[in-house]
Ligand binder design. Structure first.
Ligand code: PRP
Length: 219
């Protein structure tokens, strides 16, 4: 049995589709209600947690593999786990966002940047050779410039709706994000066959989806 840590919310919904497409009966997940740990047949045991805890649980070896956004992976790198598959879902991107007036700030100004991703943000501004102060917010980061505690934000943009609704804009893209399968290095060795088989099934499913999307339409 493979133990999986799954990111709750949008990623979970996308993964339901993937598992269904791979032929699994996903009713234990769909009907889990408030259960945190669910058996999916005899093959998988899945825990549903927040993204950072997916990485924490994989890191510690409490679970074998995890399904999480690359944003969380980039922010919390570790030598104890490896990326196994880019699931190519949950695609969005990191961006530096703010009000248009942000662009009037001189390069030499120390900018206050609100974010849930301090490591990614620091690296981005180091490259630009600009000085910043991190304003750490855990959610609704867009509030930073709106209430004036930051000059801009570094955050995930998916549809761009949140930015538009708040009069903010993308100042500069920072990097792409997608959902990834990660595995604890020790557990990958211990469960090589089982995990390898699961990865093969995922690759086959990805191939099927690609063929479906690329198939010419009959008129
Ligand atoms: C994420 C992200 C943005 C929003 C972007 O937040 O932090 O706020 O989604 O999506 P959009 O471009 O489609 O509007 P999430 O909903 O995960 O909640 P949070 O703000 O509490 O982190």
């Amino acid at each position: 049995m493979i133990k999986i840590a799954m990111t709750k919310g949008r990623i979970e919904k996308n993964m339901e589709k993937m598992l269904l497409g791979m032929g699994y009966d996903i009713s234990p997940i769909v009907n889990k209600d408030r259960k945190l740990l669910v058996d999916l047949g005899e093959d998988f045991q899945i825990v549903f947690v927040k993204s950072v805890d997916v990485v924490n649980l994989v890191n510690s070896g409490a679970v074998d593999i995890g399904i999480v956004g690359s944003d969380t992976i980039f922010e919390n790198p570790s030598e104890k786990y490896s990326q196994l598959v880019d699931l190519e879902s949950g695609k969005c991107y990191f961006a530096l966002c703010g009000f248009p007036s942000y662009m009037d700030l001189p390069k030499s100004a120390v900018k206050r940047i609100a974010t849930k991703y301090p490591n990614i943000t620091k690296k981005f501004f180091e490259k630009k050779q600009e000085e910043i102060e991190i304003v750490k917010l855990q959610g609704s980061v867009e509030l930073g410039p709106i209430i004036g505690i930051s000059d801009a934000i570094v955050d995930i943009v998916e549809t761009g709706e949140t930015l538009r609704a708040n009069g903010l804009m993308v100042i500069e893209p920072v990097g792409a994000v997608s959902t990834r399968l990660i595995g604890n290095n020790d557990r990958i060795r211990e469960k090589e066959e089982e995990i390898g088989k699961f990865i093969e099934q995922i690759q086959e499913y990805k191939q099927q989806i690609k063929v479906k999307c690329e198939a010419p339409q009959n008129r």
